[in-house]
Design a protein around this ligand. Structure first.
Ligand SMILES: [Mg+2]
Length: 372
């Protein structure tokens, strides 16, 4: 065995940051808007001196977590559970986190990203390779838009300026306004452009069916989370609308995925590194979804550069990634400044895997200094 794989978790440090969201790209959906974003960056150092970085990108409306709760649970239970334990197998460290803390998947994912980064750096391979890939190296991406009229047009202008050519629009609030929004966007981008719909669980079954029928003429490519996360029979009943049904809020961890498969409730699963609890678990869930014949996409919680890099490596390692629906490896576009000095090759059209070890990214000098 490579001796450095016997290294243990020596240090776990955190730095809290609050980057500003670009006002013109502020996304609002049925679960509120992401106008304020708090992140906790994580650095894990092994006894062999290898460092891994991670990012907790959590919002209270999603999982009841934010950077403050993350800091609290890391200080009280997660750090004590990890320090001194062998880095490999990483799955055992993830299990140790589950033993001392229920829930908090996005916080655990932030740490898991750092563990996997350090593991892959120890092997001196890209994280996607450590995760069993890469099965692909180029990932198509899309941008989320919200609002009507002036707000929609401004958001689209900025998205186009950043190079985006595929879009997802937030619906799920009021059916007539939602229909007007899609009609307006379709007129703005033309008949060939890719547009998906995300209701964030905002509709009742009846409203979702009515919305689906009224929205269909404007040729949306998918209908994400039409009804509330727990209404799997409702989701299943909407699969005859003629639009692929994407499960997002319905699927956090493996148990949720098994429930969606058992209920035959979706055509596509939107995986997040955060919802899954880490890169390894996201890839494992993707394998099960693919084995069941479903498509998989990578969804976003507005990640910064470290979280985006983790999404990219997972997307590259998955057995199957939808070729029809672009993923959401786009978080960094939403902020006025990023946390990376380099290493993430992402445009508005695609994200591309590099050949550096681990996540392949480096933090800015300022952030490196903040960790010292
Ligand atoms: Mg969604």
């Amino acid at each position: 065995m490579n001796r450095s794989l016997q290294a243990t978790v020596a240090e776990l440090k955190t730095v809290a940051i609050s980057p500003r969201v670009k006002p013109e790209l502020l996304v609002s959906g049925a679960r509120g808007s992401h106008d304020r974003s708090d992140f906790l960056l994580v650095k894990m150092i092994t006894s062999a001196g290898v460092a891994g970085i991670g990012e907790v990108s959590a919002t209270l409306t999603w999982s009841g977590e934010d950077s403050t709760t993350a800091q609290h649970v890391i200080d009280t239970v997660l750090r004590p559970a990890l320090i001194g334990k062998p880095l490999t197998p990483v799955a055992e460290l993830e299990a140790a986190m589950d033993t001392v803390l229920a829930g908090h998947p996005f916080t655990k994912a932030g740490i898991s990203i750092a563990l996997w980064d350090a593991y892959a750096r120890t092997l001196d391979v890209p994280l996607a390779v450590a995760l069993g890939g890469p099965r692909r190296t180029d990932i198509a991406v899309k941008c989320s838009l919200s609002g009507n009229g002036e707000r929609l047009r401004t958001g689209l202008e900025h998205a186009r300026a950043a190079g985006f050519e595929a879009y997802k629009i937030k619906i799920g609030m009021d059916v007539p306004t939602d229909v007007a929004r899609l009609r307006e966007l379709r007129e703005l981008v033309g008949s060939d452009a890719f547009i998906g719909l995300d209701a964030n669980g905002g509709y009742s079954r009846t409203a979702a069916r009515r919305a689906g029928r009224l929205l269909l003429p404007y040729e949306p490519a998918f209908f994400e989370q039409p009804v509330q996360p727990g209404d799997l029979p409702g989701m299943a009943s909407l699969r005859d609308l003629g639009l692929p049904i994407v499960a997002d809020e319905s699927v956090f961890g493996m148990d949720d995925l098994m429930a969606v498969l058992a209920a035959d409730a979706a055509d596509v699963i939107s995986l997040y590194v955060g919802k899954s609890g880490g890169p390894g678990r996201a890839v494992a869930m993707g394998r099960i979804a693919a084995a069941a014949g479903l498509d998989v996409i990578i969804g976003s919680n507005g990640e910064l550069g470290v979280g985006a890099a983790a999404q990219l490596h997972v997307a590259c390692a998955l057995d199957r990634l939808s070729e029809e629906i672009p993923s959401d490896i786009i978080g960094a576009h939403y902020y006025t400044s990023d946390i990376l000095a380099g290493g993430l090759d992402a445009t508005g059209v695609r994200a591309r895997l590099g050949d550096g070890p681990g996540l392949g990214v480096t933090l800015t000098e300022d952030l490196e200094a903040a960790f010292r």
